[in-house]
Design a protein. Structure first.
Length: 247
């Protein structure tokens, strides 16, 4: 599927570079490293997704669920207590927790006391365990092998089979794990609407399909990852807070 846009990628890129202090500064912000005078992609995080244990995925999903609508700094500060309280997110141990134990842990002031969110830990552990049994492979491997050219399909899977992983929560968790994905931030949404990529609801199947095609086309043209492209759009059109001076 080809998307007709009113702005060339080169124009988008140059505007972002101008706002961020030059090409080298922009490339650093996009997640590239400079070795000598050569810019190289840093893909180590993405390549490492398959090597993660599934408890790390459950931890990432849970952390993002608690960050949603809450002060992120507080979640980060309390996260060691979450790890200790929920057996380092060991899938089997979490699934053995009776309802009464979940209620007690949800009332613990050492973590963030939100029973509805605490319940998602066991529900999402069940999603991952069911996949392990059915497919005889880790959930991390499943995530790693899902093609980024259909990342919206992975979003839909997490939303359907998990709990509280819809909207931007699932994508942010995937980004945290190193899976290549764009994020539909307010800056990105404003840009794709201005470019007439979508004109309806952001999360409708029609809109998400059009957005995926838009990103796929720019990825094929530029060689940048989905993560880098969504950052590029934000740098080119959003509030100009993050900036490095070119040296």
């Amino acid at each position: 599927m080809t998307v007709n846009t009113t702005e060339k990628f080169s124009d988008l890129y140059q505007r972002a570079a101008k706002r961020k202090g030059g090409v080298k500064a922009l490339e650093l912000l996009l997640g590239k490293k400079i070795i000598g005078k050569k810019l190289l992609n840093d893909e180590a995080a993405q390549q490492g997704v398959a090597t993660l244990s599934d408890d790390r995925l459950l931890s990432a999903f849970t952390k993002q669920i608690f960050k949603s609508g809450f002060v992120w700094r507080v979640v980060e500060n309390k996260w060691p207590n979450f790890e200790e309280s929920f057996f380092n997110f060991n899938i089997e141990k979490v699934l053995m927790m009776p309802e009464e134990m979940l209620e007690r842990k949800a009332a613990n002031p050492d973590i963030i006391r939100n029973y509805n969110k605490v319940k998602t830990i066991k529900a999402n552990a069940q999603m991952m365990f069911d996949h392990q049994i059915e497919h005889k492979t880790s959930f991390a491997q499943f995530i790693a092998e899902w093609p980024s050219s259909d990342i919206i399909g992975l979003w839909a899977f997490l939303k359907k089979h998990g709990q509280r992983l819809g909207g931007n929560t699932g994508p942010y968790a995937l980004r945290l794990l190193g899976k290549d994905t764009f994020i539909l931030s307010s800056d990105v949404e404003a840009y794709i609407r201005a470019q007439k990529v979508i004109d309806g609801g952001l999360q409708s199947k029609k809109s998400l399909t059009a957005i995926q095609a838009f990103f796929n086309q720019h990825q094929q043209e530029s060689g940048y990852s989905l993560t880098q492209l969504s950052r590029l759009i934000a740098f080119a059109s959003g509030d100009n807070y993050v900036q490095l001076e070119e040296v």
